[in-house]
Design a protein around this ligand. Structure first.
Ligand code: CA
Length: 238
């Protein structure tokens, strides 16, 4: 099976673009390059990538506009935004638009590589934690769709399993409702779906929390999303 990851580089500066192509090839990725927003849009309409490196300031269509458009169209490919120094506001906007991470230019290639691996790991929780994993005191088995804690077993739905897997792969990291939805539902989120996510989390808490009103495993972060507190593992009941 071909496990080489494909990466689309969207960057108008020729030196950076070719540097990234060489670097990613050297690290066993399969890079494709686009030099402006329009070209990137055409490439993405025809090909699937494992990750997109998207420059913010681009001719023809900006990175910001592209990111927003792709997410609205339901593209779930992880996106890392390349921003220049002093674009702090845009950075935040970039994440709001559905980018998974950003890196500020000038960046070291080693740092970029670390970010690429991190984004791939967390957007591919199946690879990161597998089908049997622990979430605090819970033992989760996705093949059997069972969770077990303190000798008691419960059945979960495939979607609940996906959500638990995403949290287990991202201890301590706040996961937005948008990211949760993209991962567990496999599509981009419409405005109205935030409630769907919240309702699913509430139901899930009923299954996994000792006291669903005072969640210890999956906590709400006001205005940001949810976080799995891995520290709980150290203080788990037994
Ligand atoms: Ca640029």
């Amino acid at each position: 099976m071909d496990d080489v990851k494909s990466i689309l580089i969207v960057e108008d500066e020729p030196r950076i673009r070719s540097g990234l192509v060489d670097f990613l090839e050297f690290h066993h990725f399969r890079p494709t390059a686009a030099e402006d927003g329009l070209q990137a849009e055409q490439i993405v309409s025809k090909h699937r990538f494992d990750l997109i490196l998207l420059d913010l300031m681009l001719p023809k269509i900006s990175g910001e506009e592209l990111c927003r458009k792709w997410r609205q169209e339901g593209l779930t490919t992880p996106i890392i935004m390349l921003t220049a120094k002093g674009q702090e506001k845009e950075k935040v906007t970039g994440l709001d638009l559905g980018a998974d991470d950003y890196i500020t230019k000038p960046f070291s290639l080693e740092e970029l590589l670390a970010r690429i691996h991190a984004v791939m790991r967390r957007t591919d929780p199946a690879k990161s934690v597998g089908r049997r994993f622990h979430l605090g005191p819970l033992a989760v088995d996705l093949s059997a769709l069972k969770i077990a804690a303190a000798g008691r077993q419960k059945t979960i739905s495939p979607r609940q399993g996906k959500i638990l897997q995403l949290f287990a792969a991202n201890p301590g990291r706040i996961i937005s409702r948008e990211e949760l939805y993209r991962n567990a539902w496999g599509e981009s989120m419409e405005e109205i779906e935030t409630r769907t996510v919240d309702m699913h989390i509430a139901k899930l808490r009923g299954l996994i929390e000792v006291d669903p009103a005072e969640p210890a495993l999956i906590k709400t972060v006001r205005g940001a999303g949810y976080v799995y507190e891995a520290d709980h593992e150290l203080a788990g009941p037994e």
